[in-house]
Design a protein around this ligand. Structure first.
Ligand SMILES: [Zn+2]
Length: 372
């Protein structure tokens, strides 16, 4: 396991490669944003996209997939500025937080936007999450499948020509050069980066009693008669999570220290009680925590040094999301031992070593880490 020499991301993170100087693809993404990408040209390309969209639209111009989080507000504000008539669409998590609900309601009210809160039968969500966790060690797979499929299907069926997603994750958190410079979230991107473990809706039929009808909301339809454009806003305007949060706050987005779920950002990941499990399981699979991601972004933004980030990781430790694990097990009707037994089953033996006493990661970022 090797770490980027500029930030603290390990090369086990999906999408992260280190170059000959030990610099990772996410840091290259930051360099792309600062030095290579011609942002005025991208903004002009966005204007062209808007004009083409408006020429095709017969009802709403675009769908903005939203959770109610800071990025959702920013996406709607930017779409509105461009003169787009927006339909906001949410996949409603079965574990929405109180602050998540408040922010979503304030967003709809303050930004005066039409909105669909798309709710899947919670028992279908429960069974799908159970199957995904037990088979692939991921609780987040149903969430990812639903939140990509629902806006795409509604776009096609309602004849809405544009879907405006948020950041380009490959530009912000590491990906190939081609992926970093792309603006498309298409079927190819979804299969590679949608956190779907190379599965589609059909794969899960029959597991935990899931039927084809149960899986409808998770299915991305194909309609050669109607083509939608599906793009990242972060490919057209330079993304900065802190600045976007400030923009959202000006319109009424709220967060506080008490809302911190995972990592070091109290303004992110606050909509859903289960999101912290998705991040936590990366510890078993890839040997890093959410704080590695968020602190690495802060290093790139010039807010902290690499040494300060390492000190913060050392001070924080693993940060097990105990409350959220308890809530998930309650939702599943399972004892917490069930959660831990499965997490253990997916511990990556390429990353972790058993030393006869405890599991440890050889060459971990912090040599004096407590592995107990
Ligand atoms: Zn890096």
């Amino acid at each position: 396991m090797r770490y980027c020499t500029q930030c603290i991301l390990p090369d086990t993170r999906p999408g992260i490669r280190l170059d000959e100087n030990g610099v990772c693809t996410a840091c290259h993404g930051h360099r792309d944003k600062e030095e290579r990408i011609d942002w005025p040209a991208r903004a002009a390309a966005f204007d062209t996209l808007v004009a083409e969209t408006k020429a095709r639209a017969t009802s709403y111009d675009c769908i903005v997939p939203v959770s109610g989080g800071k990025d959702s507000w920013y996406q709607i504000i930017m779409a509105r500025k461009a003169g787009l008539n927006v339909l906001a669409v949410t996949w409603r998590t079965p574990a929405r937080t109180a602050i998540g609900q408040r922010n979503l309601e304030a967003m709809i009210r303050n930004l005066a936007v039409d909105h669909i809160d798309y709710t899947i039968d919670p028992d279908v969500e429960r069974r799908f999450m159970k199957a995904a966790y037990e088979e692939r060690g991921t609780t987040g797979l149903p969430m990812h499948m639903a939140l990509f499929a629902i806006p795409i299907r509604l776009g096609i069926q309602l004849r809405i020509p544009l879907i405006l997603w948020g950041e380009n994750p490959q530009l912000e958190y590491g990906g190939s050069e081609l992926e970093r410079l792309s603006d498309r979230l298409d079927a190819d991107w979804l299969s590679k980066h949608g956190c779907l473990e190379s599965t589609d809706a059909d794969h899960w039929i029959g597991k935990e009693g899931l039927t084809a009808a149960n899986m409808l909301a998770y299915r991305v339809p194909m309609d050669p008669e109607y083509e939608i454009r599906s793009v990242f806003l972060g490919a057209f305007f330079k993304w900065n999570s802190f600045k976007n949060t400030e923009v959202a706050q000006e319109y009424g987005f709220e967060y506080g220290k008490q809302d911190l779920k995972t990592g070091t950002w109290d303004f992110a990941d606050i909509d859903c009680d289960f999101i912290s499990l998705h991040h936590f399981l990366k510890w078993y699979k890839f040997g890093f925590t959410r704080a590695f991601d968020t602190l690495s972004v802060q290093i790139r933004y010039g807010m902290i040094t690499r040494a300060e980030a390492i000190a913060e990781i050392a001070q924080r430790g693993v940060e097990i999301p105990e409350k959220d694990i308890a809530a998930f097990c309650k939702f599943q009707g399972q004892p917490e031992s069930w959660f831990w037994e499965i997490a253990e089953r997916f511990r990556n033996r390429d990353v972790w070593q058993w030393d006869g006493d405890v599991w440890r990661i050889p060459d971990f970022l912090i040599p004096e880490w407590s592995w107990k």
